[in-house]
Design a binder for this molecule. Structure first.
Ligand SMILES: Cc1cc2nc3c(=O)[nH]c(=O)nc-3n(C[C@H](O)[C@H](O)[C@H](O)COP(=O)(O)OP(=O)(O)OC[C@H]3O[C@@H](n4cnc5c(N)ncnc54)[C@H](O)[C@@H]3O)c2cc1C
Length: 404
């Protein structure tokens, strides 16, 4: 039997890669292996529709088992890769089994960053990365339960909104002086702070968690300056780190993620990588990035699959991301780092506005709050390196697509 193309990681990127391989006419063996027990599924609903019980597990699936059967993709669930022998092109699984490969694609994703204060290992402290995590949280979001969320980033805030909608008493503890501090403009933070407070979330910024206390299980969070927050459940959302140990141990170049080039190639010619685990070039922004976004996982996986098949393809995308909190949709496109001008279009009081970022006169990023038209227009304008006329950009009455 020939050695297959082996894809490790059954998430968004892994599922997309095998689909592209088959669509492009590759009809030899493909093995898709992952350490979870579910067919590859969508992760974003875990903090939204799945946590609120609107969706069940079946609805999360990206494709049903029948897809893998029909397309002769050998799907191996509950299988964890523990070692790559790059010279011998062999992967060892946790049960000792060895799998040979012709080409290897690493779609390993990321893991929740762990709390590191005293009491961090008490039971009753939850993270949210996979279905098992979400199930552990969902069962505890009962009406009246006291939920303390550590971290005011996307996952913490989405979870806080879902918990509040379930009737829980919710406190969010954010270390910085505003929520989503690293990723959005202060106007956007201020808008979402108001929204959360209006819905009854107790939002505490500048909160430095000192320790978690409890007996058998976590009962309260203690902050500097005397803040004590009693909890029935604690949910931690303080970021994620790339799953790259497997690649590091195999001698692949890694730095903030598995280093790949614009073809999604690692430092080993037979090994590619895609998705959250990669540290990759952004051609449009002339920098290297590690992104946690569904679009990036899908697009890099497609690029990697095409290159594996010998069809040279460059990953050259403007990144985008969304977040849903209560009835608000935040859409972000581009990278705002290095901007020299920021323009707010519209009045946050109308619940629909955008923040535009420029660098040397070019539009480089837009954060659109309940404004999908600005988002759609911005995607094209950023690719085209559009140079907005400032008076038009400032005028929310001028459609974004007409600002040049
Ligand atoms: C709660 C939550 C909400 C999110 N919301 C949004 C959103 O609104 N919008 C958005 O754009 N993005 C969102 N994201 C981010 C998005 O889900 C990720 O960017 C996306 O899942 C990345 O896909 P991936 O395939 O790279 O990694 P993953 O989907 O994480 O898949 C990686 C898989 O590899 C497995 N694996 C790792 N190591 C091994 C190994 N050694 N052997 C076998 N298997 C292994 C992992 O268990 C996992 O199943 C959210 C993420 C979370 C957790």
């Amino acid at each position: 039997m020939s050695s297959p193309i082996l894809v490790i990681g059954g998430g968004h990127a892994g599922a997309q890669a095998v689909d592209t391989l088959r669509r492009e006419g590759y009809n030899d063996r493909i093995v898709l292996m992952g350490d979870e027990s579910y067919v590859p599924y969508q992760r974003p609903p875990l903090s939204k529709q799945f946590l609120s019980a609107e969706w069940d597990v079946a609805r999360l699936s990206l494709r049903h088992q029948s897809y893998y059967d029909e397309h002769k993709v050998e799907l191996r669930l509950n299988s964890r890769a523990v070692r790559i022998n790059a010279a011998g092109r062999v992967v060892t699984l946790s049960n000792g089994e060895e799998l040979h490969y012709s080409r290897l694609l690493l779609c390993l994703g990321a893991s929740s960053r762990q709390l590191a204060c005293p009491g961090a290992k008490l039971s009753g402290i939850h993270y949210l990365r996979n279905i098992a995590d979400a199930r552990g949280i969902k069962d505890r979001l009962r009406h009246g339960a006291r939920v303390v969320v550590i971290g005011g980033g996307y996952i913490g805030l989405e979870t806080a909104a879902t918990a509040r909608k379930a009737g829980c008493t919710v406190t969010v503890l954010e270390m910085a002086d505003r929520i989503m501090n690293r990723v959005v403009a202060s106007d956007v933070s201020a808008y979402f702070e108001r929204e959360h407070r209006l819905h009854g979330v107790d939002l505490v910024c500048n909160a430095h968690v000192l320790r978690v206390e409890g007996g058998d299980r976590a009962e309260r969070v203690i902050c500097a300056a005397g803040g004590i927050y009693e909890a029935d459940i604690i949910i931690v959302g303080i970021g994620a780190t790339a799953n790259m140990q497997l690649a590091m141990d195999a001698g692949l170049e890694c730095e903030n993620g598995i280093v790949v080039d614009e073809y999604c190639r690692t430092s080993d010619p037979a090994i590619y990588a895609a998705g959250d685990c990669t540290y990759h070039p952004s051609i449009r922004f002339e920098t290297r990035v590690r992104l946690e976004s569904v679009d990036n996982a899908f697009e890099q996986a497609k690029t990697a699959a095409l290159n594996i098949l010998g069809k040279p393809t460059v990953h050259d995308r403007v990144p985008w991301f969304w977040s849903d909190q209560f009835d608000n949709k935040l859409l972000i496109v581009g990278l705002s780092q290095g901007h020299d001008r920021q323009v707010v279009r519209g009045d946050p009081g109308t619940r629909s506005f955008s923040v535009c970022y420029l660098k040397r006169g070019e539009l480089i990023a837009v954060e659109a709050v309940n404004h999908s038209k600005d988002f759609v227009a911005a995607r094209r304008l950023i690719i085209e390196r559009a140079r907005p006329i400032l008076t038009r950009l400032h005028d929310p009455g001028t459609p974004l697509k007409a600002i040049t």
